[in-house]
Write a protein that binds this ligand. Structure first.
Ligand SMILES: *[C@@H]1O[C@H](CO)[C@@H](O)[C@H](O)[C@H]1NC(C)=O
Ligand SMILES: *[C@@H]1O[C@H](CO)[C@@H](O)[C@H](O)[C@H]1NC(C)=O
Ligand SMILES: *[C@@H]1O[C@H](CO)[C@@H](O)[C@H](O)[C@H]1NC(C)=O
Ligand SMILES: *[C@@H]1O[C@H](CO)[C@@H](O)[C@H](O)[C@H]1NC(C)=O
Ligand SMILES: *[C@@H]1O[C@H](CO)[C@@H](O)[C@H](O)[C@H]1NC(C)=O
Ligand SMILES: *[C@@H]1O[C@H](CO)[C@@H](O)[C@H](O)[C@H]1NC(C)=O
Ligand SMILES: *[C@@H]1O[C@H](CO)[C@@H](O)[C@H](O)[C@H]1NC(C)=O
Length: 419
């Protein structure tokens, strides 16, 4: 198990290192005149412990949307932490501390730790690129890790139209076929990027993820949250009362993904790898969104009904991809009748401040429930239905049969047969 994880993280570390090197070089040439040696500990991991054992820093994001421009530091924090400071490292040799406003998100599900944003107003006359976080405003802070503030300045225009944020993949996840099918469906529907938070996966799946990272569509963020907190892998607090944070801190990953893609993607979907927002009337997301934007010009959030297609327990007997482990979504065309609950959604990320799993906690603009005749959330998960009575047939996915099958075959060839 440790070996698999090591490999999973190894690839990511390598990618981070490469982009760091490219970044440092481009900076070197761009800003030769004001070059300074970077003798600081710069933090690039997805989670950094502050040292008080109660605050875990994800990343600071520039946020120009308030009355004064601020830096919003996403954290996982204990409910009792009351006082923290942002240290802005001015480009010259001084640093300025600013008291952080600790803004708890409301979806803590009764756990002691949850997602929050530390809101720190930019100090005047301090051109900065890095900040640190500390509980003291006067201490010697040279030893603190420094975080580069992301989204600063925000890019003028998005580079992709649709990003899919996949919150935590965990356990020895080995649902290879469905993962490939989902990723290929996202591409067919119009995704320009997929951002996935990876706690753990099987080495088969690791190969698949590596393929898509190389292809350029996938960004994998290592998410070793279990090294910092006791996490629950079940939903309800009262069933897992020894754990400290809800469901692999899913809410934190969703918000990190939202801010990461805020200015680089026109729209962002937030859901799981076994879910696909499937247009019904239109053929892909661009034409769906063109229609939804016309219909609801004020909307910044679009909710989609969750349609559960209970996967047959072992579909490998029927699939044409017999050796590849996992669920074949093309075989699952029966869905449950209950649609109302657990909606997932798409946002204009620049209008959203706080995202949660099935809800948006804070936003500008309106939200709309998209009627099922336009689109719905195809959610194929392995669970045997209690009876077949409640199932209805839905072949919407079969419209993509030919291209999906071709694309999946190609990936399986490349990943498992050529290497
Ligand atoms: C850097 O710090 C020194 C001493 O702390 C100070 O004398 C000097 O003016 C500072 N340089 C700048 C560019 O602020
Ligand atoms: C701050 O701490 C570092 C080492 O941790 C030390 O080298 C430096 O002299 C200290 N600076 C001040 C102003 O105390
Ligand atoms: C994004 O959508 C616009 C139309 O809304 C289109 O002109 C543009 O080419 C799309 N960009 C990408 C990267 O697909
Ligand atoms: C904790 O969970 C156990 C069962 O796992 C239960 O018996 C107990 O009452 C729970 N305690 C609290 C404080 O909820
Ligand atoms: C699924 O079916 C295949 C082929 O019949 C079989 O080899 C495999 O062991 C089955 N897996 C499970 C989990 O039942
Ligand atoms: C549901 O349908 C499947 C395939 O048609 C069948 O194998 C299974 O026994 C049925 N289950 C129930 C509970 O009727
Ligand atoms: C789509 O693919 C499935 C599984 O390969 C197959 O059973 C079904 O007949 C196909 N449907 C169409 C309309 O081609």
């Amino acid at each position: 198990m440790a070996g698999i994880m090591k490999k999973c993280f190894y690839l990511m570390n390598l990618l981070i290192s490469i982009s760091m090197i490219i970044y440092i070089y481009s900076e070197h040439y761009q800003r030769k005149a004001e070059r300074r040696t970077l003798n600081v500990r710069e933090s690039t991991s997805a989670i950094t412990a502050l040292g008080d054992k109660r605050t875990f820093i994800l990343s600071p994001y520039y946020d120009p949307r308030g009355r004064t421009p601020s830096v919003r530091v996403l954290v996982i924090i204990h409910r009792r932490v009351k006082k923290l400071y942002c240290w802005f490292h001015c480009d010259y040799n001084s640093s300025v501390s600013v008291r952080a406003h600790i803004n708890h998100h409301r979806d803590w599900f009764h756990y002691a730790y949850g997602t929050a944003a530390l809101l720190c107003e930019e100090p005047p006359d301090c051109p900065y690129r890095y900040i640190s976080i500390h509980w003291s405003k006067g201490q010697n802070i040279t030893h603190l890790p420094r975080f580069e503030v992301r989204n600063r300045p925000p890019p003028a225009a998005p580079s992709v139209n649709f990003t899919v944020c996949i919150s935590t993949m965990y356990g020895n996840y080995n649902n290879v076929l469905q993962t490939i099918q989902s990723l290929e469906m996202y591409k067919l529907l119009g995704a320009g990027r997929v951002t996935l938070y990876l706690n753990q996966c099987h080495q088969n799946l690791e190969k698949v993820l590596r393929y898509y990272v190389e292809e350029g569509i996938l960004e994998v963020i290592p998410w070793p949250i279990h090294k910092f907190l006791r996490i629950s892998n079940i939903w309800r607090y009262h069933l897992s009362n020894n754990s400290q944070v809800h469901y692999f801190a899913q809410s934190a990953t969703l918000n990190d993904c939202l801010y990461r893609n805020m200015y680089s993607s026109k729209f962002v979907f937030l859901h799981d790898i076994d879910e696909i927002i499937l247009p019904v009337k239109h053929h892909d997301w661009p034409s769906l969104m063109e229609s939804l934007e016309k219909r609801y010009p004020e909307a910044s959030v679009f909710f989609f009904e969750n349609h559960i297609f209970p996967a047959v327990a072992n579909s490998s007997e029927w699939t044409t991809w017999g050796d590849v482990p996992g669920v074949d979504i093309l075989q699952n065309i029966f869905k449950k009748r209950v649609f109302g609950k657990n909606r997932k959604y798409l946002v204009d990320p620049r209008k959203v401040y706080q995202a949660s799993i099935h809800r948006v906690l804070k936003k500008d603009g309106k939200h709309k429930y998209v009627p099922r005749r336009l689109a719905f959330g195809f959610h194929c998960k392995s669970r045997q239905p209690a009876s077949n009575d409640s199932l209805i047939t839905d072949r919407t996915l079969w419209r993509y049969n030919v291209s999906l099958t071709q694309n999946v075959n190609k990936v399986i060839q490349q990943v498992f047969l050529h290497r």
